[in-house]
Design a protein around this ligand. Structure first.
Ligand code: BTN
Length: 287
């Protein structure tokens, strides 16, 4: 299969979604170069762009990961995609961990459908294969006044939007990988033994994402978590959870309905919300 380049026309013609990637009154975007698709999607949210808007880039100059880390975003090396979602009616029960878990499940399913490769999900946002990172998800919540709102400043209305950013390492052929990352990451085309049809991957991600988000809004958290457990690399493992300066060691036994990780330690059970927690192997190494 020849390598494919991102092409918005092809992606939109392949979309099987109801609303994802079909934003009413707004447009999806594909950039040759941008700072960060998440930053752009947050700006679009503030400007009133519709739910379902997809922002893609071939190259990011300031791609962002969790904990303010940089995300390697060389041209042609990865998929850089952000989706804007307006959670009408269910924002009160929002848990960013659960959203990230659901998005991870959607991406893992889309990767499997497109390439046949079953990647694993490391709580809460990592896409991994045989102990190396293949991708990651950065979920962000923005709150802003409705576009064009002229209400008095003492009783401002606020609209919330979620931006789900997805980065997947596709091909390392033409990339100079920083030394510290070289043995920690994998490229999807090396795992699949062929170039990835990136336009199909994007259209499948959109469909799977739409379905898990519909599931969340319909209260189907339990079945989403069950499906996620089938891809999970963390549960049943002895891990270290690094929370700021503190490290907790224990067995990852389950996740709660809000997506928090339950760690069984000698001193009892701990529930860890995703925000500031980084999970390592029991020996402290990445997995
Ligand atoms: C992580 O594992 O730390 C999350 C990485 C998320 C990277 C993606 S690439 C597309 C989107 N734009 C960004 O700036 N970040 C996300």
């Amino acid at each position: 299969m020849p390598p494919s380049e991102l092409d918005l026309g092809i992606i939109e013609s392949r979309l099987a979604t109801k609303s994802m990637g079909r934003p009413a009154g707004s447009s999806n975007e594909l950039w040759d170069v941008i700072d960060s698709t998440n930053t752009r999607a947050c700006a679009l949210a503030k400007a009133g762009a519709a739910s379902g808007t997809i922002v893609l880039a071939k190259n990011q100059t300031a791609g962002r990961g969790r904990f303010g880390r940089n995300w390697l975003s060389a041209a042609g090396a990865g998929l850089y995609m952000s989706v804007l979602v307006r959670p009408h009616g269910w924002q009160n029960n929002l848990s960013m961990s659960m959203l990230t878990i659901a998005a991870g499940l959607a991406v893992a399913r889309a990767v499997e459908i497109t390439t046949g490769v079953k990647i694993k999900l490391k709580w809460v946002n990592d896409l991994v294969f045989e102990g190396r990172k293949v991708g990651g998800i950065l979920t962000e919540l923005t709150a802003h006044p409705p576009a064009g709102d002229t209400q008095a400043a003492d009783s401002p209305k606020v609209e919330q939007a979620i931006v789900i950013g997805i980065g997947i390492n596709l091909s390392g052929k033409d990339v100079v990988v920083p030394l510290e990352l070289a043995d920690k990451i994998h490229w999807l085309e090396d795992i699949a033994f062929e170039p990835v049809d990136v336009n199909s991957l994007v259209s499948h991600i959109a469909l799977e994402l739409e379905q898990v988000l519909e599931g969340l809004s319909a209260g189907q958290t339990a079945s989403i978590l069950d499906a996620w457990r089938g891809y999970c690399a963390t549960l049943g493992e002895k891990v270290q959870a690094v929370v700021g300066e503190t490290t907790l060691s224990g067995l990852a036994i389950d996740v709660t309905d809000s997506g928090a990780l339950i760690l069984q330690t000698p001193s009892g059970k701990h529930e860890l919300a995703a925000g500031e927690v980084s999970i390592r192997r029991a020996d402290g190494a990445y997995y």
